[in-house]
Ligand binder design. Sequence first.
Ligand SMILES: [Zn+2]
Length: 223
Amino acid sequence: MGGRRRARPAARRHHPGARGAGPLRRRRRHRRLNRRAQWALVADCNDAGEAGVRVLDGIEVDILEDGGLDADRDLLAPLAVVVASVHSKLRMDAPAMTARLLRAVRDPAVDILGHCTGRMVTGRGRPPSSFDARRVFAACAEAGTAVEINARPERLDPPDELLAVAVDAGCLFSIDTDAHAPGQLDWAANGVRKAVACGVDPERVVTNWPLERLLAWTRAKGA
Ligand SMILES: [Zn+2]
């Protein structure tokens, strides 16, 4: 391992979907300013070198119903990592959800497809979304978009049978904790166990790559 610098953890900020009309533009501007302040903090943290790791700036952006992204292009362009995820209308019929995901994973701004089925496996639970996994994962492989292995205990997404389809398709993977609080980065072990159980090649896991390789991949995808 020597001096290899690891890229994780990425600082990832949810980009809440726009809901309702009202003073939408003002709210969006407010959020933009908040995010810019956060990213400035990330830059300061990296400059100070106090964490001993490089913190990457990034965002989790909503995939809209038509597969577009709920974010301005100029906002996404400078970021190291863009995760795109479905957080609404998870019960669309399979053809519509397939088209939605295909458009999103082919978007050059998108590096990672987050929690692809949206299922919840704890509490009251939530069934996975329906879509043509072979087509979506084939598109991920072709576009070089990584499939997230979400290690959050409530999610553990994708389910193993879908993860196997993504392995067969030749996808890249990103093991993410979906952490929202201190201590939750430990959940990465859940994702590693899942990857091992499903035969994921460690070389295909972008979060296992040295920093320079990871950044070269996200830059090559571009926004
Ligand atoms: Zn999410």
